[in-house]
Ligand binder design. Structure first.
Ligand code: MF3
Ligand code: CO
Ligand code: CO
Length: 275
């Protein structure tokens, strides 16, 4: 049985497995953290060009987030030592910043989570570096559509399976593979909380969506098979068949009538090309 608990205190809450139903203070906190996260992704746009190292992007993000009075939640998270995950081409997620340079034709996911006043704003977008072949651009476009179709289903009365199904249906219509090994998640004072937000499923199944729930939706879509493997660094997940992978992520909160998206770009950036 799915358990729900109404959050009444302001104290950091524990991971109990129950789905938290948050109040207005949480929505305000998430709106601020989410906005900073989105501003961070806006800020790097002019830097996502051939020749830049992913370590340079990591540094820019560290400086931007800390100047805003926040800390990158990934820094020190389960032994992760960077401010951002940067996942290039066949890397599905959790790519580690390094001295590797971006090159023309790359498609790149940048995933940030500033922790501001105790709230986690978790969001990622894709970037196109230089000239990107149409096949890769199409994957990025369809992955963005998958996220937004999932968000459209995020409203009271619907179930998690409705969100998942909308994503899976759209991806598979284009013969893409939806990654099973990583999910969206409850988010708030905790980085990763209940519920698990899967991206494949059947309509009318899974936990019911209730006002006050706060979680991410973050589909990872592959041109090829859904299967991933983990590299020896213990973090980097890549497609088993080495096909290209794309991902977008928003943090959202269920309202009485639908949902608030906390991580919308103040510049109006949605999918690339930006600006
Ligand atoms: N931001 C990722 C997510 O969407 C989590 C990254 S955890 C890290 O949930 F340790 F890999 F950074
Ligand atoms: Co997330
Ligand atoms: Co994220």
């Amino acid at each position: 049985m799915t358990e729900y608990v109404t959050v009444t205190s302001d104290a950091p809450d524990a991971r109990t497995g129950a789905i938290k139903l948050h109040g207005p203070a949480a929505f305000e906190g998430m709106m601020k953290a989410g906005r900073l996260a989105a501003e961070t992704l806006d800020m790097i746009v002019p830097h996502m060009v051939p020749g830049v190292t992913t370590a340079e992007i990591d540094r820019l993000i560290y400086d931007f987030v800390t100047a805003a009075g926040a800390v990158p939640a990934t820094l020190g998270y389960r032994g992760y030592t960077h401010s951002v995950c940067i996942s290039i081409n066949h890397v599905v997620c959790h790519g580690i910043p390094s001295e590797k340079t971006l090159k023309s034709g790359d498609i790149v996911n940048v995933d940030v989570t500033p922790l501001l006043d105790g709230w986690h704003g978790d969001t990622s977008r894709m970037y196109l570096v230089g000239d990107v072949p149409i096949k890769a651009r199409r994957l990025v476009e369809v992955t963005y559509e998958c996220l937004m179709l999932g968000i459209e289903q995020a409203k009271p009365g619907n179930r998690m399976g409705d969100v998942a199904h909308a994503i899976q249906r759209h991806a598979e219509k284009h013969r893409y593979g939806v990654v099973r090994d990583f999910c969206g998640h409850g988010v708030g004072r905790l980085f990763h909380d209940a519920p698990e937000v899967v991206h494949v499923g059947k309509p009318g199944t899974g936990p019911e969506l209730r006002p006050g729930m706060i979680f991410t939706i973050e589909p990872m879509i592959n041109i090829g098979r859904p299967d991933v493997k983990l590299l020896d660094d213990g973090w980097t997940a890549v497609t088993r068949d080495r096909s290209l992978s794309a991902q977008f992520e928003h943090s959202i909160g269920i309202t009485e009538t639908g949902c608030d998206i906390f991580t919308l770009s103040p510049k109006g950036y949605t999918q690339p090309p930006y600006g």
